[in-house]
Design a protein around this ligand. Structure first.
Ligand code: DAH
Length: 340
């Protein structure tokens, strides 16, 4: 009997549990009505009277030990579940944090900004809700000018003087009104036009405007600046071509094409066989615009250009539908890796 008690005691002392369930199994095996301790109490009935005191004491001790052990283990596992006191395994590998990716339009806008910053252009900014003067009139586009029809305008109130800007050229006016030449600045921003939404047009899109005003600025400066930009943006082998065009705020005006970055000018479905793709409008700032902005057109001259960020992004990444930029579909957005 004494041996059995010793054996069970050492079994209890050496028991190590792996889980709450394991502790419960142990409790049933040792302490329940059919458990081992109970069994020994049953046998106790047969113990000779002279040994009863000693064996009885040992049995009681055994029972106490078993209860202590079960309680101690239960506590250990309950604490582990307790949120306030978690047992953290610091050796586990960390979970990946899902970081978003930069929007393709932001990637390209940042690249444009970076390319022009390298040659000394500052960044300027203007309001999206604009007055008629900054969006049209100062830019040599008075109320009855047919060029206004080129851009379907959103008016935001009954007041025909307040518009959502249709072009970032409006920022040129703010900059010229508030600074003195030399001016070298680019203005990235969102613009709005009342247009039906399709794969190629949207009622909101982004432009980057460029403006350079100083003494003796010539068309050659414009051409060289745009050639530099095109090579940086689309690759060293890129060629440019300027076609005569019309904008009310520039005289002379041009549209610029780059050699198709995909077929290198041979003709493909991106450039529709032409070998060239149009990317921006530009020209020499009309002296009337300089005068409107209180810059002396006899002393200063300048050039300006404006490009569509969506258009350049579509070309760079071969995106065929402009609406994808505004749908926020993560499957589309996560494909773009920020270079800047
Ligand atoms: N503002 C013109 C547009 O939205 C783009 C543009 C053309 C801007 C010629 C210029 C420029 O600064 O010189 O269509």
């Amino acid at each position: 009997m004494k041996n059995k008690i010793e054996e069970l005691l050492s079994e209890i002392e050496t028991f190590a549990a792996e889980s709450k369930e394991h502790v419960e199994e142990f409790r049933i095996k040792i302490l329940s009505k059919k458990g081992k301790v109970r069994e020994l109490f049953e046998e106790f009935k047969n113990v000779a009277p002279e040994l009863r005191k000693e064996v009885g004491q040992k049995l009681n001790e055994l029972q106490n030990k078993a209860e202590e052990k079960v309680n101690e283990l239960k506590e250990k596992f309950e604490n582990r579940d307790d949120k306030k006191n978690p047992t953290i395994d610091l050796t586990l590998p960390a979970e990946n944090i899902a970081v978003g990716s930069r929007h393709p339009l932001s990637i390209v806008r940042n690249q444009i900004v970076e390319i022009f910053s390298r040659i000394g252009f500052t960044i300027s900014d203007g309001p999206e809700i604009e007055d008629d003067w900054h969006n049209f009139t100062a830019l040599n586009t008075p109320a009855d000018h047919p060029a206004r029809d080129m851009q379907d305008t959103f008016y935001i109130s009954e007041d025909p003087d307040i518009v959502l800007r249709t072009q970032t050229s409006s920022v040129q006016v703010h900059v010229m009104e508030n600074s003195t030449p030399p001016i070298r600045t680019i203005s990235p921003g969102r613009v709005y036009r009342n247009e039906a939404i399709s794969a190629r047009a949207h009622c909101q899109f982004h432009q980057v405007e460029g403006l350079y005003i100083d003494k003796n600025v010539s068309f050659a400066d414009l051409k060289q600046t745009l050639l530099y930009f095109s090579k940086e943006m689309f690759g060293e082998e890129t060629k440019i071509r300027l076609r005569p065009s019309f904008f009310p705020f520039t005289e002379i005006s041009a549209e610029m094409d780059i050699s198709c970055p995909f077929c290198k000018g041979k003709g493909c479905n991106i450039c529709k066989g032409a070998g060239w793709v149009e990317i921006l409008g530009c020209g020499m700032v009309d002296p009337a615009v300089l005068d409107n902005c209180k810059i002396d057109s006899k002393t200063y001259s300048g050039f300006a250009f404006g490009m569509g960020v969506e258009r350049i992004t579509m070309l760079k990444y071969q995106v065929k539908d402009l609406r994808l930029f505004f749908e926020n579909d993560i499957r589309f957005l996560k494909q773009f890796k920020a270079v800047i």
